[in-house]
Design a binder for this molecule. Structure first.
Ligand code: BG6
Length: 484
């Protein structure tokens, strides 16, 4: 199979925060991969914009080093790297002053797509947006890309939306949630809406419950200061897990278009019921031989911030009423696994006597690692000795099924940046979606703050706190094993 890469239109992309961590780790190596894949026109330009005084050659060196450190196999193409670097430029700019803006205005070309990536603190969004207009750099067709965190509650998210809306229309604003750029996340929609097999069963008549797990092995490490003000709920649930929940639960949109998809996602978020306190478990990892405790990482010995959270929630609509959704995410857990599992109901009647009733179909969609799906089906245990049933997985690991094409999939960031250039907002969060997600999250956080809830300690390298296991055991259910 040969991948089809469709080149995008010619563009000028300005990366504010062009020397920062995200630019060096993700954005620039990602753009280089798209360049090597021949998706980026040879005339396109990437302009780094940041506070540091440096010239174009110094910026090219910075990007060369970033690609050497964070790039993949494509960095072996040294001739390609030189051509890519030649497409880069740099401007030293003061986001809150006037320095550099006229220079930037002079660098931009007419008649190409203009995109501005705000890879900076949200407190600077307003300054950048205002100057892009005052210096006549942005036009009505220009696009801006903003990163999470998009606010820390409903009020701040509304304020950010208002700041951006003062200068840009909603169809110019691309709010990134990099989970939406992951290959398997998009596959969720293909599986649900491209097959006749699953959709008839995708409701409370056939589904017992749904689990979403995003487990990480890393701790908060060097990000302790940011993380301690955020916690797993704000850092992961309000955005990434919420997006997964939407894609798994939404009604079929009438077409795969930006507003059609986002309208359906919004309905899911708005239908989420408030969560009772005993359906929330928060945890903090302890120290072990491999690393310090959460409180040490956060340099806050009295921190009440959660590095793990598990939630049982419900969606109040016809399709899902009565079906619990169990979400959990945490740092320093046993393995790095992101997975969505749909557990179907028991058979209504088993012709095999007691044995048949204990077997269930389970569809599990693995986002990372080993992207793929498996469907647990019940079959006869081979051999003589009567009719005994066993469960076996129908395993579809994409790397096995698709060969090299699976290995060649674009990273979330590069895919999303190319979508910005194409003008496709389907995989970006709309302002109302973000606000609705905060509107659901805020009372949960306010609730545990008011209760002075203390997170439960859990062993680093484990499945999280014991109480998270009980959350399911109480319902006679259990979490899937976290295995990488
Ligand atoms: C980020 C969070 O948005 O997502 C991090 O801020 C987290 O805390 C990361 O580690 C996880 O992303 P991925 O792609 O590694 O699953």
């Amino acid at each position: 199979m040969v991948s089809r890469v469709i080149p995008v239109e010619d563009f000028d992309l300005v990366i504010f925060g062009g020397t920062g961590d995200l630019a060096r780790r993700k954005i620039l190596p990602g753009l280089f991969r798209r360049f090597i894949a021949e998706q980026m026109p040879a005339t396109s330009r990437i302009i780094g914009a940041a506070r540091a005084d440096m010239d174009r050659a110094a910026y090219q060196t910075l990007v060369r080093d970033a690609i050497a450190e964070f790039g993949g196999d494509e960095k072996e193409d040294t001739a390609g790297l030189e051509v890519f670097l030649a497409q880069l430029d740099y401007v030293a700019i003061d986001a809150m002053g006037d320095k550099g803006w006229d220079t930037l205005a002079g660098m931009m070309r007419d008649n190409v797509v203009k995109a501005f990536y705000f890879s900076v603190a949200p407190s600077l969004f307003g300054d950048l947006a205002e100057r892009l207009h005052r210096f006549k750099i942005a036009t009505a067709e220009s696009r801006i890309v903003v990163e999470k965190p998009f606010g820390r509650d409903l009020e701040s998210a509304k304020a950010l939306n208002a700041t951006l809306a003062a200068h840009f229309n909603e169809d110019q604003i691309y709010r990134i949630d990099h989970y939406l750029g992951k290959e398997t996340v998009q596959n969720l929609m293909a599986v649900r809406f491209g097959n006749v097999l699953f959709e008839p069963l995708w409701n409370n008549h056939y589904v017992d419950h749904i689990q979403i797990t995003v487990a990480e092995t890393v701790g908060v490490g060097g990000r302790g200061a940011y993380y301690d003000k955020s916690g797993a709920m704000r850092d992961m649930v309000q955005n990434h897990l919420m997006q997964l929940l939407c894609l798994i639960a939404m009604e079929p949109p009438s077409q795969f278009g930006a507003d059609a998809v986002r309208d359906e996602k919004l309905k899911v978020i708005r239908a989420l019921e408030p969560v009772a306190p005993h359906h929330i478990v928060r945890g903090q990892y302890d120290a072990n031989a491999d690393g310090p405790s959460y409180r040490e990482d956060a340099s806050n010995p009295k921190s009440f911030t959660e590095s793990f959270v598990a939630i049982k929630c419900h969606i109040a609509n016809w399709r899902w009423t009565g079906v619990p959704f169990y979400l959990r995410t945490g740092k320093r857990m046993k393995s790095r696994v992101s997975e969505i599992t749909v557990v179907f109901k028991d058979l209504g009647h088993s012709i095999f006597g007691d044995d048949g009733a204990t077997h269930r179909n389970i569809l599990s969609i693995r986002l990372q690692p080993n992207e793929g799906m498996d469907l647990q089906v019940t079959i006869k245990e081979p051999g003589p000795g009567g009719m005994r049933l066993i469960d076996v997985p129908l395993d579809m690991t994409f790397a096995d099924a698709l060969g090299d094409d699976a290995a060649d999939v674009a990273d979330a960031y590069e895919r999303l940046i190319m979508d910005v250039i194409r003008g496709n907002q389907t995989l970006f969060m709309r302002g109302d979606e973000v606000e609705a997600a905060w509107a659901w999250t805020d009372p949960l956080i306010a609730g545990w703050e008011a209760r002075h809830d203390v997170p439960k300690t859990y062993d680093a390298g484990s499945n999280g706190p014991e109480d998270a296991l009980l959350l399911m055991h109480r319902d006679n259910r259990k979490w899937r094993d976290i295995k990488g």
